[in-house]
Design a protein around this ligand. Structure first.
Ligand code: ZN
Length: 314
């Protein structure tokens, strides 16, 4: 975690937020977005996904976006890949961090990345080996996303024991981080509390445990608070709540980054993000996706009278 902050927010809008957008988000627009958000103090931005352009044309410009992202200092550049092939491309492009994603639910993993969970774990081991071959001290960090950890739109409820088992396999294989993900927005705060308490108690001393929530059923920020109380200090979110999942009908929306920062800063937790500057970045999204509804209550209502964000109170 960057020094001087209490909680780490990670922008995933450029990946999760736009992956199912039919409209191509222009490359210059993506670069403008990540540049502005880095300038607002965002400590980590997932800038793209390394997948075949035939599957997701939205990320045909992945290498170009990473190259541009690397000209700006002071934040962690992350990219997603579900396999070795994409990981190679991400390493070659020069990302700081690779987000590898596997669903806890076998059915969802087959639908999403066309492989069994076992195959995904084996491929991750090959990615770790490839990463470890690379020279130098600044090795790429490998985060493993546990998708559908809090419920699956295909198989329904997902037992905590299944999540713990997969988490253990990834930590043993060399994961640098676990991202517990409510991919389809099923979770409620009590469930989040049980899950994060279990995962953090078991693995929290070895690796950071992050949360990835969707606001599909309106409980996104309540889930953040439950995870926070369970000791979680790393949260994914997307500016203006863009996002969704192709296998979860109507699962539109990551939690809203601007509202997340408002919640955390109001709780006295420094994020290092300038909330006013962050809200201004929404303009870039609006310009490039004019048809897309933008979510977020803070941007609509503004700051409460006398509100002083924790980052600015320092
Ligand atoms: Zn997501």
């Amino acid at each position: 975690m960057r020094p001087g902050i209490d909680v780490e927010c990670r922008e995933v809008g450029l990946r999760d937020g736009i992956q199912i957008q039919k409209v191509f988000f222009p490359t210059v627009g993506k670069i403008a977005w990540l540049t502005a958000e880095a300038a607002a103090g965002m400590p980590e931005i997932e800038v793209c996904s390394f997948v075949p352009p035939k599957l997701l044309p939205q990320f045909a410009d992945a290498a170009e976006v990473v190259a541009a992202a690397k000209t700006i200092d002071g934040y962690c550049i992350a990219a997603l890949s579900p396999n070795l092939r994409g990981a190679m491309d991400a390493f070659n492009a020069g990302v700081h961090k690779l987000n590898y994603v596997t669903s806890v639910s076998e059915e969802h993993n087959l639908a999403n990345v066309r492989r069994t969970v076992d195959e995904s774990v084996e491929d991750f081991k090959r990615i770790v080996a490839l990463r470890d071959e690379s020279a130098g001290d600044n090795k790429v960090k490998l985060a493993t996303g546990l998708a559908t950890a809090l419920g699956c739109s295909i198989s329904g409820q997902v037992p905590i024991a299944d999540v713990m088992k997969l988490a253990e396999r990834f930590v043993e294989a060399g994961a640098d981080e676990l991202v517990v993900s409510d991919t389809v927005g099923y979770a409620n705060p009590q469930q989040v509390k049980d899950m994060f308490t279990a995962v953090i108690n078991e693995f929290g001393k070895q690796v950071p445990v992050a949360a990835h929530f969707h606001d599909t059923r309106g409980l996104g920020l309540a889930n953040v608070y439950a995870a926070l109380e369970s000791g979680c200090r790393h949260f994914d979110a997307s500016l203006a709540g863009l996002g969704g999942c192709p296998f979860a009908p109507k699962a539109t929306g990551n939690i809203v980054m601007d509202d997340l920062v408002f919640l955390l800063e109001g709780a006295g937790l420094k994020t290092g993000v300038d909330l006013d500057k962050l809200v201004e970045v929404r303009e870039i999204v609006a310009t490039n996706l004019p048809e897309e509804p933008l979510h977020g209550m803070y941007a609509k209502a503004g700051a409460p009278k006398g509100f002083v964000p924790a980052t600015q109170a320092a």
